[in-house]
Design a protein around this ligand. Structure first.
Ligand SMILES: [Zn+2]
Length: 424
């Protein structure tokens, strides 16, 4: 288990890479609490999850923040401005993990925020706004199949029906909260007043290969991709694999195969558009039967909804032509439609300036994955900084890596951003 909180988070006379080294050491220490003997699993309100919350609380206190654990187990550190009437900037990310996770997803943003505030605190430097560093308790949706249990109440988007959900072992979420000393009745009060917010900033590992490909330590997120998911059912004519001549078949699976390639072809043609057929099934198929039905899933995402919907329309037009040519019918059912979330130009510019001052070429990219930041869209301005992910960009996996150098650049960019942000 992890030892006691250190007296100081950063070296009093910072050496080059001091931020980066601290961040990696602290992330490794948090990763020692896990639900499995090897590998990192830390799901909502598990014993290791509560231990991580306690450790974060101790570290935030040492870093000069006043700290509270709120009604959904978010750990909230407040670094107050000298001006009590100042607005509040939220800096956040999550401390829960997927099963068999990497050490940096979510936690990198919390720890980077912590070492930066620790640095300000030790330098005796206050900001013209309050900073709330929020370690969100739940983002991944692993235990209760519902993500954003941590950030949604803070953004005023919590759905009380979630309290009725049960985990795989049958525990009801509302009961579990009470059992570990949380107060679900306090959830509505977690909502922040948008009028008091200056914005929301999140630093997160990229979880993809784009920055690696660009050879850049950090990138500025322009938008979080919106997604549409559909299930497409192709119906042809089942028949005997031995007796029906090839020219007389209406094979649902070969039609679907062509459709999969349409998705790939259309999405490859537009940058920042991604389309995936992740499920392909021949219901009650058999080795000696021509497939009469085939089901395929479609997940399509882009940084703006118009680009995504145009691609979707093209894909459906082409699927329709394939269906006519092959004598099959097609139906589709939409299972999810989430709008893209644009990052605020003001925060993007601020981050770009800080990246340039760190000696790095400012580069923008969209986020293919969802993040806590999405919850704050429409509530306050959001900004996100991505940090390069090693090992080909692999994440949600123990092979996820961040280098000391990249973590250091990211923390310096965050510090610069805070210093150059005005209080209005
Ligand atoms: Zn994450």
């Amino acid at each position: 288990m992890v030892s006691d909180a250190p007296a100081s988070l950063t070296d009093p006379s910072p050496t080059p890479l001091a931020f980066g080294e601290q961040i990696l050491v602290l992330a490794d220490r948090l990763a020692e609490w896990s639900e499995q003997p090897t590998g990192l699993t830390c799901t909502y309100l598990s014993q290791p999850h509560r231990a991580v919350a306690t450790q974060l609380r101790d570290w935030m206190r040492v870093s000069g923040m006043s700290v509270q654990t709120d009604a959904v187990a978010n750990v909230v550190g407040r670094y107050a401005s000298d001006d009590p009437a100042a607005k509040t900037l939220i800096v956040g990310s999550h401390y829960d993990t997927v099963r068999n996770a990497g050490n940096y997803d979510g936690r990198l943003g919390i720890i980077a925020g912590m070492v930066v505030i620790d640095h300000l605190h030790r330098a005796g430097r206050r900001l013209p706004f309050h900073v709330e560093l929020i370690a969100f308790s739940e983002e991944e949706g692993v235990r209760f199949s519902k993500p954003f249990i941590g950030s949604s109440p803070v953004a005023g988007r919590f759905d009380p029906a979630i309290l009725e959900l049960r985990d795989a072992a049958g525990f009801r979420l509302g009961d579990l909260m009470r059992e570990v000393g949380l107060d679900p009745d306090g959830i509505p009060a977690l909502k922040r007043d948008p009028a008091n917010l200056l914005g929301y900033l999140e630093l997160h590992i990229e979880q993809g290969p784009v920055l690696l490909e660009e050879n850049l330590p950090v990138g500025i997120v322009s938008a979080i991709n919106g997604a549409v998911r559909q299930v497409i059912t192709v119906t042809g004519t089942a028949g005997h694999a031995g007796t029906v001549p090839m020219t007389m078949r209406h094979d649902a699976a070969t039609a679907a195969a062509e459709m999969v390639l349409v998705v790939e072809r259309r999405c490859v043609a537009t940058p920042a558009l991604v389309g995936t057929v992740g499920q392909l099934a021949v219901p009650s198929g058999a080795i000696n039967v021509i497939p009469g039905r085939c089901q395929l899933s479609l997940d399509i995402r882009a940084g703006d909804d118009a680009t995504r919907d145009m691609a979707l329309a093209d894909i459906h037009a082409e699927i329709g032509r394939i269906a006519v040519r092959r004598g099959v019918s097609v139906e589709h059912q939409e299972t999810l439609r989430m709008p893209a979330v644009a990052c605020a130009p003001r925060l993007r510019e601020l981050l770009s300036g800080a990246v340039a001052r760190a000696g790095v070429r400012p580069f923008s990219l969209t986020s293919g994955a969802g993040h806590d930041a999405m919850m704050f869209h429409g509530i306050t301005d959001i900004g996100m900084l991505f940090v390069r992910c090693g090992n080909g960009g692999i994440s949600h996996n123990p092979l996820e890596t961040v280098t000391t150098e990249d973590a250091d650049v990211a923390a310096r960019v965050l510090l610069d951003t805070l210093i150059n942000m005005s209080g209005r």
